[in-house]
Design a protein around this ligand. Structure first.
Ligand code: GLC
Length: 745
């Protein structure tokens, strides 16, 4: 397989940057080489003497978390004018879902299933960040996330390798543009390599034990796709992967990333994760940690200083060889050449568009509108018609909180720029409808119900009650994991009180994860899941509630009924005793003294139905859609052929709408068991009222490949099922054969 080349550049460009790096490398001392491998913290507009001195001495390759453009320019000036080799700095920042204009959290953006929306959001975020001198972001986070207890599911693109790969590449392209040298392009970073999302019990930083076959078929594909798309950097994970923490894992960083994928970019450690190798117990001390990380191939150390402190000593003791360092440093220098930093290290903010300009805010609002998932809409409660309403109650701690709606991983966005639900609802209805607002709870964690009486009174006098509940942003994100993922505080009690009034309830939920909603589901008439929707979340939500936007978003993760079902994801294996409707017996229905083997013997719980509350790919619309007439271009294909699958999709309602049609396969028999369904395609189809279209998907043999027992990536002959529908429970299906010789892909 040819080496993965950054898709952004021609061979000539790659070679010239690498050549420039090599020629610079020849002039560097060991200390200067190690300097390039060291990332220091910024100090919010201040340059401490130690940092200035270290830069002058060539001991700093990158600074993170400095966003004051004048300070960034001064840091660059010191590096360019006061160091011996005048090497500019990489300036890193977590621009995860926006810089000043905050887009919906990545998990929300993933609900759009739109590469265009994700690419545009990253592009705007990069441009805003670049105006502050930032030239490197630590995103996309493409950890497959199948445990909603884990706080970082909020930053992820969901549970599915195909969707996460597709959207992760779009984010890379958005950040990096057509060329890293372009104004407004910044280097992206595929993180956290690898398997971090499998942290046991959903506790962050916890151990991950992932069989190699599962790692290769589920957790690695998004990283391989990002590498093939030309992502400039990777970040190693904190987590212990099968006994060897990623930041010291030679198999991962050398055998896979370099040996199999031939990835040319550089790997930065996560924050302090190299020093943590001794805390894991992989090494005895910082010096050994530096040795283990360099040997594994971590090219740059984020914030901890084991390289700075011990690497030269390790070279002198022949425990690390200079040739190894040269390879690592040349990767870092090559990126600096690719970014054009040697020719243009300084930033002129006035030469960039204004932050939070109308087009950015419009894009953020569109992204939010396409990310809100309609989970329930009984008796077409939504959309609300302003004609038929005299009074609306708006209730809840998140209805008018511009800070919380921004979500986790927001360092530079500001609440003052947010437009809240309450503000947008008022603007949507104008003067002729009374709006009665009650926060009801101080925060989403509050249990002080003293204002419930006011909330109930306002609900009673209203035609409809819009409840805006969920999780504060601090309850998801890094290190913010929950063992119980119900609505926190007394929010469930609030719903119950409002439900007793008999006023219809529209529940808007803002959260950084799937929450367990089974208990409150019967008490509300409609649920719009807005995740944390960002700066323009309010208008986006209001446009959906009042019908200006017809929701089209689909879940990128499974919603469990309760936390006891976790892990619960659609691409489960079939098992030898699969859960079926007939095999499920609820505990309350078990006869007294039932004989040991009298209940269904299957992969079920006794106290919870085995199905999710809402499945992967699910999302309602104000339209209704029907899938029919599935046809294949052939009942069988060989390894050289492709398969076309066509389906008639009809909008059976009187409302125009977009449907995200999904294609899944099942490999019925293989040398390792395969999931009962695997997403292999999706497309958004616009249909006017009553309109039908024939939609077509194409499957290639590559789509049928998986890593087998010998970790060979290949397809196997045999029978496959193909499904097309509106979510992972798609029933419309037919079979096809893959025939011929098993190919080595
Ligand atoms: C954090 C996160 C990582 C982030 C880095 C820099 O601990 O794990 O995702 O990019 O440090 O802030």
């Amino acid at each position: 397989m040819s080496a993965i080349k950054p898709a952004l550049m021609s061979d000539e460009a790659i070679n010239s940057h690498a050549e420039l790096a090599k020629s610079l490398l020849k002039q560097m001392t060991i200390a200067e080489k190690i300097g390039q491998m060291s990332q220091f913290m910024g100090h919010e507009g201040v340059i401490p003497e130690y940092l200035s001195l270290a830069i002058k001495q060539g001991k700093v390759g990158s600074v993170l978390n400095e966003v004051d453009v004048d300070t960034v320019n001064e840091l660059q000036r010191i590096a360019i004018e006061e160091s011996r080799l005048r090497i500019p700095l990489l300036i890193g920042r977590d621009v995860i879902h926006g810089f000043k204009t905050i887009f919906p959290i990545p998990l929300a953006q993933a609900s759009s299933w739109s590469t265009e929306i994700i690419e545009q959001g990253a592009k705007i975020s990069a441009l805003e960040a670049a105006s502050s001198g930032i030239n490197w972001t630590f995103a996309p986070m493409i950890d497959i996330s199948r445990d909603p207890r884990w706080g970082r599911i909020a930053e992820s693109l969901g549970e599915d390798p195909f969707l996460c790969s597709t959207l992760g590449v779009a984010m890379v392209n958005g950040f990096q543009g057509d060329s890293l040298a372009n104004k407004g392009s910044i280097a992206a970073c595929a993180k956290h390599f690898a398997g971090y999302g499998a942290s046991e019990s959903g506790r962050d930083y916890n151990t991950t034990n992932i069989p190699e076959n599962e790692l290769r078929n589920v957790y690695l594909p998004p990283f391989k796709a990002a590498a093939e798309a030309g992502v400039a950097t990777f970040m190693s994970s904190f987590s212990d992967l099968n006994g060897v923490p990623a930041s010291g894992n030679e198999w991962l960083m050398q055998d896979i990333l370099r040996g199999e994928w031939h990835y040319p970019g550089f790997v930065v450690s996560d924050w302090d994760s190299i020093r943590q190798l001794s805390i894991h117990g992989l090494t005895a001390n910082d010096k050994d940690s530096a040795c283990a990380a360099v040997t594994a191939g971590i090219d740059m150390e984020m914030v901890s200083t084991t390289y700075h402190d011990y690497l030269e000593q390790l070279v002198n003791e022949d425990k690390v060889n200079v040739a190894q360092l040269d390879v690592m440093v040349s990767r870092i220098l090559t990126l600096k050449f690719e970014l054009g930093l040697f020719s243009n290290p300084y930033t002129e903010p006035a030469s960039y568009p204004q932050l939070l300009d109308d087009s950015s805010l419009k894009a953020a609002q569109n992204a939010a509108a396409k990310s809100c998932v309609l989970l329930k809409n009984d008796q077409q409660t939504l959309p609300l018609s302003t004609n038929g309403l005299n009074s609306i109650a708006v209730i809840g701690p998140l209805a008018d909180d511009g800070y919380e709606q921004l979500g986790t991983w927001v360092f530079d966005g500001e609440a003052k720029h947010s437009q809240t639900c309450l503000q947008a609802i008022k603007q949507s209805v104008g003067e002729n409808i009374e709006i009665h607002y009650c926060k009801a709870l101080e925060t989403t964690r509050s249990t002080n119900q003293q204002d419930f009486g006011e909330a109930v009174a306002k609900a009673k006098q209203a035609d409809v009650a819009i409840l805006v509940l969920g999780e504060e942003s601090i309850l998801s994100g890094e290190a913010h994991c929950r063992s119980n993922i119900d609505l926190p505080g007394s929010q469930e009690q609030l719903i119950a009180k409002i439900a007793q009034t008999g006023t219809p309830i529209v529940l808007v939920i803002m959260a950084g994860r799937p929450l367990t909603l089974e208990k409150i589901l019967p008490q509300v008439d409609a649920i719009l899941y807005a995740w944390h929707p960002g700066t323009m979340g309010g208008p986006a939500i209001a446009d959906i509630l009042f019908g200006k936007v017809n929701p089209s978003a689909k879940l990128p993760v499974t919603f469990p009924r309760n936390v006891g079902q976790i892990p619960l994801y659609y691409a489960q294996k079939h098992t030898g005793k699969p859960a079926t409707q007939t095999s499920f017996v609820h505990m309350n229905d078990i006869p007294n003294r039932a004989p040991q083997t009298s209940l269904g013997m299957a992969a079920t719980h006794l106290d919870t139905h085995f199905s999710p509350l809402f499945p992967f790919g699910f999302g309602l619309s104000y339209s209704t859609f029907e899938y029919a007439d599935i046809n294949l271009s052939s009942p069988a294909i060989t390894f050289e052929q492709t398969l076309q699958i066509s389906v008639t999709l009809t909008n059976t309602s009187d409302t125009a709408g977009d449907e995200i049609a999904q294609l899944y396969i099942r490999d019925l028999v293989a040398s390792v068991t395969r999931p009962i369904k695997e997403l292999k395609g999706f497309q958004t189809v616009q249909l006017s009222a009553g309109e039908s279209k024939i939609i077509t998907f194409t499957l290639t043999v590559q789509d049928l490949c998986f890593y087998d027992r010998k970790m060979q990536f290949r397809a196997e002959t045999g029978t496959f099922q193909v499904f097309v529908g509106s979510d992972c429970q798609a029933a419309l299906n037919c079979e096809f054969q893959l025939q011929g010789s098993t190919n080595e892909q």
